[in-house]
Design a protein around this ligand. Structure first.
Ligand SMILES: NC(=O)c1ccc[n+]([C@@H]2O[C@H](COP(=O)([O-])OP(=O)(O)OC[C@H]3O[C@@H](n4cnc5c(N)ncnc54)[C@H](O)[C@@H]3O)[C@@H](O)[C@H]2O)c1
Length: 270
């Protein structure tokens, strides 16, 4: 497979490490799109990678390289700036920054670009599990879903939680946000991907309830949700380890992206 990758931060670098390991999906070529001025550093970092790698700085160059699948791991601006062009050119894109789709205008733009190019936007499960059942049950009638995201105080640094709480001095759990998944995605864009994923799979961004918690005793990034529907009830608790390069990102997210790649290559999809 020829993989296109947008952004070269924590997720992309860790993913490239996974792809270099024995038994990894057969990705033989990678074209990486980075911000202007970052190409040299990315080339140096990937010099010893077993796949043939090239680094570009424009969407047109990524599209022209002809990747079989593109993975976006660059945040909301990366989705806005580069994903529509890939879709219009017929390239399926795994959008990791799912929270970007809480912006209705961008959502509609991706939808139109995918239709124009005959391509698909693939939203990975990311840090959360059970998305298959949440998505399936959304067809069963009225679905109620409440999500609680709990992270150690350090993982909320640099977000509005910084102004609402004394993160460094916190001695007990503090719920600093209660609202809809749409509001969570707008106010905590780097931490609301799970809420957005659950909402898009389930009852939607306005109907999905979200609580965000800073907990000094949290052993990692905790994702919990409860769903009730006419066909089933579901209670899920996930304890994720943060990734080494970014405490906000659970390492399970990167395995989830690897899964999307594996499912595109292997004879069986699971
Ligand atoms: N779906 C999920 O469950 C989930 C979980 C964790 C993180 N995420 C999202 O994945 C994305 C990446 O996470 P990360 O941990 O790698 O973050 P990161 O900050 O380590 O890396 C992001 C990289 O993208 C680059 N970038 C930013 N804007 C860009 C642009 N316009 N063009 C090219 N490159 C650009 C940055 O320079 C940085 O290197 C974030 O949006 C994050 O919110 C999703």
């Amino acid at each position: 497979m020829h993989l296109g990758l947008i952004g070269y931060g924590n997720i992309a670098a860790t993913l490239m490490g996974f792809l270099a390991a024995p038994g990894a999906p057969a990705v033989t070529r990678v074209t990486l799109l980075v911000r202007p001025g970052r190409a040299e550093a990315a080339r140096a970092a990937l010099a010893d990678h077993p796949a043939e790698t090239s680094v570009v700085e424009e969407a047109a160059a990524l599209v022209a390289a002809g990747p079989d699948l593109v993975v976006e791991a660059a945040g909301h601006s990366g989705v806005r700036d580069f994903v529509p062009a890939c879709l219009e050119a017929g390239r399926d894109v795994v959008v990791v920054s799912v929270g970007a789709l809480a912006d209705d205008e961008l959502h509609a733009r991706l939808d139109a670009a995918a239709r124009a190019g005959g391509a698909r936007v693939i939203l990975p499960a990311g840090a959360v599990g059970g998305i298959d059942l949440v998505s399936a049950l959304s067809a069963s009638g009225e679905v109620a879903l409440t999500y609680r995201g709990t992270k150690p105080p350090a993982a909320w640094a640099g977000t509005p939680a910084d102004e609402m709480l004394d993160l460094a001095g916190l001695c007990e759990p503090a719920t600093f946000f209660t609202g809809s998944a749409r509001e969570a995605a707008a106010r905590f864009p780097k931490n609301a991907n799970v809420a957005a994923t659950l909402a898009l799979a389930g009852p939607g961004l306005d109907a999905t309830r979200v609580e965000l918690v800073a907990d000094p005793a949290a052993p990692g990034n905790l994702h919990g949700y409860e769903l009730s529907s006419p066909a089933a009830r579901l209670r899920v608790e996930i304890e994720n380890l943060p990734s080494a390069g970014n405490a906000k990102t659970s390492v399970a997210t990167i395995y989830s992206v690897l899964r999307e790649i594996r499912n595109r290559i292997g004879p069986m999809v699971i």
